[in-house]
Ligand binder design. Structure first.
Ligand SMILES: Nc1ncnc2c1ncn2[C@@H]1O[C@H](C[S@+](CC[C@H]([NH3+])C(=O)[O-])CC(=O)[O-])[C@@H](O)[C@H]1O
Ligand SMILES: O=C(O)C(=O)Cc1ccccc1
Length: 242
């Protein structure tokens, strides 16, 4: 069963790059809940957005699904006939546990859990695509290409939901929002050591963009409407509609 995240609790000699391995998968629900402000609200709202935007006989993608939280929320809400959810992650530890979570409940909406790199999969006939805190882990040079592939695979009127950690151009605002995020982690029981070791582990593998960068990229690709619909400190979620 899922456990308590103490991955960065003891001093680590040489902090390596953060990976989504067995240890992380084992404590992931606790880790993400205690680390990402607004995570539960975002998961609920993804279900509500999927309920509105999922079209009969279309596909719904959850890219970087981890344990399938967004997939489960969407599956609970989708009423349309003939929808199929495709949940994709390239961590075998996550995919294995995701399948167990999904199979624990029955539903009329089928879910296919695929172990693959989201840069390699095909996206077709989609009414909803979710990138819930996944794009930030791709190399910056790969982000535009992935978003173009998503746009091409969306039906007109289809929606992309993109949740991310953000950077801010104004240095004071940027520092304040990071401090508030660290306060949030402290309030959730993380020590100074855990906060600083985790920061070192993710600094090379997670390079966030600004909200402006996301908006400009959406516009350049051709999305007709995009907006931030949720923000808490330096974390938030946007939608982009084709
Ligand atoms: N190239 C890639 N291809 C496939 N998967 C990838 C790739 N890069 C990273 N991942 C996967 O993206 C997920 C990011 S976590 C998403 C939370 C989830 N969406 C949630 O709603 O709970 C966010 C976080 O931990 O901050 C991990 O499971 C990686 O294995
Ligand atoms: O924990 C942090 O400081 C984060 O920025 C969020 C996060 C959550 C889970 C895995 C990697 C990063």
């Amino acid at each position: 069963m899922a456990g308590h995240d103490n991955i960065f609790a003891a001093p680590i000699d040489k902090i390596g790059d953060f990976t989504f391995d067995e240890r992380v998968a084992e404590v992931f629900p606790d880790m993400i809940q205690r680390s990402v402000p607004g995570y539960s609200n975002i998961i609920s709202a993804i279900g509500m957005l999927a309920e509105r935007f999922a079209k009969p006989h279309s596909k719904v993608y959850d890219l970087g699904c981890s344990l399938g939280a967004a997939t489960l929320s969407m599956r609970r809400h989708i009423q349309q006939e003939g929808c199929e959810i495709i949940a994709v992650d390239n961590s075998s530890a996550m995919v294995e546990r995701c399948r167990l979570h999904i199979n624990a409940y029955r539903s009329d909406t089928p879910v296919q859990v695929v172990e693959a790199d989201i840069r390699d999969i095909e996206i077709n006939d989609a009414s909803v695509v979710v990138l819930n805190f996944t794009l930030q882990f791709l190399a910056p040079d790969d982000r535009q290409t992935l978003l173009e592939k998503i746009y091409a695979g969306l039906r007109p009127g289809g929606i992309l939901i993109l949740s991310e950690k953000y950077i801010f151009d104004d240095e004071r605002a940027h520092e304040l929002l990071i401090d508030l995020h660290h306060d949030f982690k402290r309030a959730n029981g993380y020590s100074e050591l855990e906060i600083s070791q985790k920061r070192s582990a993710i600094e090379n593998v997670m390079l966030p963009d600004s909200i402006d960068t996301h908006k400009q990229r959406f516009e350049k690709i051709g999305f007709t409407s995009s907006e931030v619909w949720f923000q808490c400190f330096n974390f938030g979620s946007m939608f982009a509609i084709k």
